[in-house]
Design a protein around this ligand. Structure first.
Ligand code: GDP
Ligand code: IMO
Ligand code: MG
Length: 422
C-alpha cells in the first residue's frame, strides 16, 4: 500500500485530524489538497490539544513531510500564526513543510467580502467567515493571487489591481463598507512572503518524485463529501472539491493511483452552518449528543447540530467519492444512551429512498430508523468491544465496504485497527 486518502464522508469534523495523525506515523508525506483555514483538525497528544487549520496533520511526526498543495486556498497570516504554535510542539524546518507556489492566496479582501455577504444574505450559508468562497471565485475567474506572487511586489500590485478595483465598487456602493487600500494589502502580503519564502516550492514536482520513489503518501482532505461544491447539498456547501476527485486536481498526482480512500465517519451525524440535515435532533437527545460529544466547531466555536447516523447520505458519499473503507470515530460518545438508532432510509412524498441521490429534496426527507441494542460499556477503557458488532455489521451491510478503523476516544491510543493500511 503506497497511497491513502483521508476523506470526510459527512459534513466535516468526522475526526480526520486524528486519523491522519495516526496513519501519518507511517507516512513519508501528508498532502493537503483543498480547502483552507475553514478546516479545524484536532489532534490530542496526552494533555495537549493541537488544532490544525492549514498545516497537514502529519506535522507532529519528525519523519513525515507535510505538503500544502496547489488546490488549497492559502491564508498567509493565519498560516504563520499556526506555524508558531506548532513550532512550540515540534521542530519544523522547510525540509519538512512545503507550500505550493501555485496555491491561491486568501487576502483581507476575501475575508471582508465573505463577512459582508453573509451579513446581507437573506438565505445565509453559515460560512466560517475565512474568505474561502471569494478566494476560490477569484481563482476560477483567473484573477486570483498565487503564493509565488507574494515574492514579487510589482507583480502582486498589478494582480491586486486587476482583481480588486472592481471589488472596491462593491465595498463602496453595495456594502457601504470600509476596505483596506491595495498598497496596504500588498505591503502586508509581501512581508508575509519574505517569511514564507523558504517553505514555498514546486510541490507538484516534489510529489511526482515521491510517487516515483514509491513513498508512502497520505492525502488529507478537509470538510466532507456532503460539503463538496459539486456533490454536496448545494448551495450549503464549501467552495472546493472535498472528495477524492479533488486529489487529482488539487495535489496533482501525475502518476499512480490512490490505493485506498478511507471515509472518515463519525458514529452519529453533525453539521455546522446552514442546510438540510435529515437526522438532526432538535430535542434533548440531540443536546445530549452535542454535550457528550463536545460538538463545537474547531474553527469557529459554533455549536454543531447533532443527530443519529444517516446511512442514505453515507451511501451517497461512498459512491460520490469512491470510498473503499471506513474509519468509524466517536463510538464512545454513543455509550450510555438508552436507545440507539440509525437512519436506513428517507421517506419523501410517500416514497422510500435508501441513498441520498442529488435529485432528492433533503429538506423534505423524513428519516426512517432502525433501532439497535444500545451500547453499555465504557469503550475508553477497552481495546475492542463485541457489543459494537451489530452497529458495525449494519454499516458494512448497508454501504458494502469494510469498517477498517474504530475510534473510541480523542487520544492516539483510543483506536482499534480491523484492517492494515500502510
Ligand atoms: P476533523 O475536522 O474531521 O479533523 O474533526 P474535528 O477535529 O473538527 O472534530 C473531531 C473532534 O472529535 C475533535 O475534538 C477530536 O479530538 C474528537 N475525536 C476524534 N475521534 C474521537 C473519538 O473517537 N472519540 C471522541 N470522544 N472524540 C474524538
Ligand atoms: P473540517 O475540515 C465542518 C462548513 C461551514 C459552512 C460551509 C461553507 O474541520 O471538517 P466555508 O467557510 O467553507 O465557505 O463554509 O461549510 N464548513 C465546515 N463544516 N467542518 C469543516 O472543516 C468545515 N469547513 C467549512 O460551516 O456550512
Ligand atoms: Mg474540523
Amino acid at each position: 500500500m503506497k497511497t491513502l486518502a483521508i476523506i470526510g464522508a459527512q459534513w466535516g469534523d468526522e475526526g480526520k485530524g486524528k486519523i491522519t495523525d495516526l496513519l501519518g506515523q507511517k507516512a513519508d508525506l501528508v498532502i493537503r489538497f483543498q480547502g483552507g483555514n475553514n478546516a479545524g483538525h484536532t489532534i490530542i497528544v496526552g494533555e495537549k490539544k493541537i488544532v490544525l487549520h492549514q498545516i497537514p496533520s502529519g506535522i507532529l511526526h519528525p519523519s513525515c513531510v507535510s505538503v500544502i498543495a496547489h488546490g488549497v486556498v492559502f491564508e498567509p497570516e493565519a498560516f504563520l500564526e499556526e506555524l508558531e504554535k506548532v513550532k512550540k510542539e515540534i521542530e519544523v524546518s522547510p525540509d519538512r513543510l512545503k507550500i505550493s507556489l501555485n496555491a491561491s492566496v486568501i487576502t483581507p479582501y476575501h475575508k471582508l467580502l465573505d463577512a459582508l455577504r453573509e451579513n446581507k444574505a437573506v438565505k445565509k450559508i453559515g460560512t466560517t467567515g475565512k474568505g474561502i468562497g471569494p478566494a476560490y471565485e477569484d481563482k476560477v475567474s483567473r484573477k486570483g493571487v498565487k503564493v509565488k506572487d507574494l515574492l514579487n511586489k510589482e507583480a502582486l500590485i498589478t494582480k491586486l489591481k486587476n482583481t480588486f478595483e472592481e471589488k472596491e465598487t462593491l465595498f463602496t456602493h453595495l456594502y457601504k463598507s470600509d476596505f483596506p487600500s491595495i498598497e496596504e494589502v500588498a505591503d502586508k502580503l509581501c512581508k508575509y512572503g519574505e517569511e514564507l519564502a523558504p517553505y514555498i516550492t514546486d510541490t507538484f514536482s516534489y510529489t511526482d518524485k515521491a510517487l516515483k520513489e514509491n513513498k508512502k503518501i497520505l492525502f488529507e482532505g478537509a470538510q466532507g463529501v456532503l460539503l463538496d461544491i459539486d456533490y454536496g447539498s448545494y448551495p450549503y456547501v464549501t467552495s472546493s472539491s472535498t472528495g477524492a476527485a479533488g486529489i487529482y486536481t488539487g495535489a496533482g498526482i501525475s502518476s499512480g493511483k490512490i490505493d485506498e480512500k478511507i471515509g472518515i465517519v463519525k458514529a452519529y451525524t453533525t453539521r455546522v452552518g446552514e442546510g438540510p440535515m435529515p437526522t438532526e435532533m432538535t430535542c434533548e437527545k440531540g443536546d445530549r449528543l452535542q454535550q457528550i460529544g463536545n460538538e463545537f466547531g474547531a474553527t469557529t466555536g459554533r455549536r454543531r447540530r447533532c443527530g443519529w447516523l444517516d446511512l442514505p447520505s453515507l451511501k451517497y458519499s461512498v459512491k460520490a467519492s469512491f470510498i473503499t473503507s471506513i474509519a468509524l470515530t466517536k463510538l464512545d460518545v454513543l455509550s450510555g444512551f438508552d436507545e440507539l438508532k440509525v437512519c436506513y432510509a428517507y421517506e419523501i412524498d410517500g416514497n422510500e429512498y435508501d441513498c441520498a441521490y442529488p435529485g432528492l429534496d433533503l429538506e423534505k426527507a423524513k428519516p426512517l430508523y432502525k433501532t439497535l441494542t444500545p451500547f453499555t460499556q465504557d469503550f475508553s477503557q477497552t481495546d475492542y468491544v463485541t457489543e459494537l458488532n451489530d452497529y458495525i455489521n449494519t454499516i458494512e451491510e448497508n454501504l458494502n465496504i469494510p469498517v477498517g478503523i474504530l475510534a473510541f476516544g480523542p487520544e492516539r491510543s483510543q483506536i482499534h485497527f480491523r484492517k492494515e493500511y500502510f
